[in-house]
Design a protein around this ligand. Structure first.
Ligand code: 5CA
Ligand code: ZN
Length: 429
């Protein structure tokens, strides 16, 4: 799938420090230890509605991760998926009378333009679920070879396909490490599973937590024929992929096992990232799927998680249409530490706009105080679990001094602008 145009990243003098991030699986801030090339997978959107501030906060956090790696001298292999076939898109299609493909294409295009406006670094692979179906089928065959796939017959409403075209499920007990990512107890897992796309009560499953791998064709739903993917040991009828196996197939195709960071919002910790790790590790017999599992906090509005299903959304595209500078949106997001839950407010955006104006004013000075100590401070706090609020405060201090007392360093304002661009993605020109 087409990605978007990536902004240039200026090179700064010296080099950033190795990046440490909070890993949900070990519950510690640990150094990310990428080789020359850092490998990152971030779970992408399900394109049935526009990008809201919660999505933007998540993608901007992983943008800062990449900028810290680049500053520390690594290249980055960044992969993001698009869940361009799943229940919410089909439900939206029914509700609006539109074709599901049209919805997915339109919302994905809007997401790309939002990301480009926010100056997000583009993924080197931007991959849709639909185009990954042959890989998904190969993964299911590999899981079958390990004995971890079973079939479940028609739904209670009888809507499953004809016999022989049952749904396919993954047996979570085939993974001895199941639970290693989220550390939730069974009750918490069951609750999260039910809330986030799982079907704990479906009759015929071996374990309530077993996730769907392949949904057999239902009348009126799109379906793909796995025959096109080549024969495997399991006879798979026409249907569509489950959610977790989609991200595993895409990550395995592009990054392989033991990539550096698997990222997404904290709503993906369970079941999505737990199931992904289980699928990949059972399928390959290797460990780990990802070296770090990194989760961003949930952004809310009016005391509730911002979510498409709740309808309490502030859209990036609406703010852009209303003339809000995307750089102010970035600053409003970076003012919160990435793993905190926080609330989007108009006041927060107004503060970011005032900050942006002040930073631009300071960047346009003919000289200022030496910026090197501020750059060192920005690098130190960002490398320490991506403390972006402290990085903003460091820049604020330099701007205060530059604007109140001035300084004699003629290169300082340009270095300050380059640092904001390279490390924070904020263009002050
Ligand atoms: N397509 C799947 C991932 S494979 C999905 O969760 N799509 S999504 O459109 O629902 O969310 C896209 C990304 O935004 C995910 O990483 C999700 O964790 C994150 N996200 C969703 N809502 C919020 C929110 N309110 N605050 C912060 N991040 C959020
Ligand atoms: Zn995902």
């Amino acid at each position: 799938m087409e990605s978007w145009a990536s902004p240039d990243v200026p090179r700064l003098p010296g080099a950033g420090r190795p990046l440490a991030l909070f890993d949900s699986a070990t519950r510690q801030v640990r150094p990310t230890a990428p080789g020359a090339q850092a490998r990152l997978y971030v779970c992408g959107i399900t394109p049935y509605d526009a990008t809201h501030m919660g999505h933007a906060a998540t993608y901007m956090a992983f943008d800062l991760v990449q900028r810290a790696w680049l500053d520390a001298g690594h290249s980055v292999h960044y992969v993001q998926n698009v869940t361009d076939i799943d229940d919410p898109i089909l439900e939206r299609a029914v509700a609006t009378g539109q074709d599901w493909r049209e919805i997915a294409l339109r919302e994905t295009a809007l997401f790309r333009s939002d990301m480009q406006a926010l100056r997000a670094l583009a993924p080197s692979h931007y991959v849709g679920a639909v185009e990954s179906i042959p890989s998904v089928v190969r993964c299911i065959q590999a899981l079958h070879a390990r004995g971890s796939v079973y079939t479940v017959g028609p739904d209670r409403d009888g809507s499953a396909g004809p016999p022989g075209q049952d749904d396919l499920y993954f047996d979570v007990t085939s993974d001895p490490l199941f639970g290693e990512v989220s550390h939730l107890d069974e009750g918490q897992m069951l609750q999260a599973f039910a809330e986030r796309g799982g079907d704990p009560h479906r009759p015929g499953k071996r374990n309530a937590l077993d996730p769907l791998l392949w949904r057999a064709a239902r009348p009126g739903e799109p379906a793909w024929d796995p025959e096109a993917s080549g024969k495997g040991g399991l006879d798979i009828g026409p249907g569509r992929p489950g959610w977790h196996i989609e991200c595993v197939a895409i990550a395995m195709d592009t990054l392989g096992m033991a990539f550096d960071v698997q990222g997404g919002g904290s709503d993906l910790l369970f079941p999505h990232h737990e199931m992904g790790a289980a699928h990949a590790e059972v399928m390959t017999g290797e460990w780990p799927f990802a070296r770090h599992y990194v989760h961003t906090g949930m952004v809310g509005l009016d005391g509730q998680k911002m979510s498409k299903s709740l309808g309490n959304l502030v859209f990036v595209s609406r703010l852009r249409e209303a003339g809000t500078d995307p750089m102010a949106i970035r600053l409003a997001l970076a003012a919160h530490h990435y793993w905190h839950d926080w609330e989007w407010t108009d006041g927060g955006l107004a503060e970011a706009q005032a900050r942006l104006a002040r930073w631009r004013q300071a960047a346009s000075l003919e000289s200022g105080p030496d910026f090197e100590p501020t750059l060192a401070r920005m690098r130190a706090v960002l490398s320490d679990d991506l403390d972006s609020p402290s990085a903003l405060t460091a820049v604020d201090r330099w701007c205060d001094e530059a604007l109140s007392r001035g300084g004699r360093d003629a290169g300082a304002p340009a270095l300050m602008a380059a640092a904001c661009d390279a490390l924070l993605g904020v263009d002050l020109s």
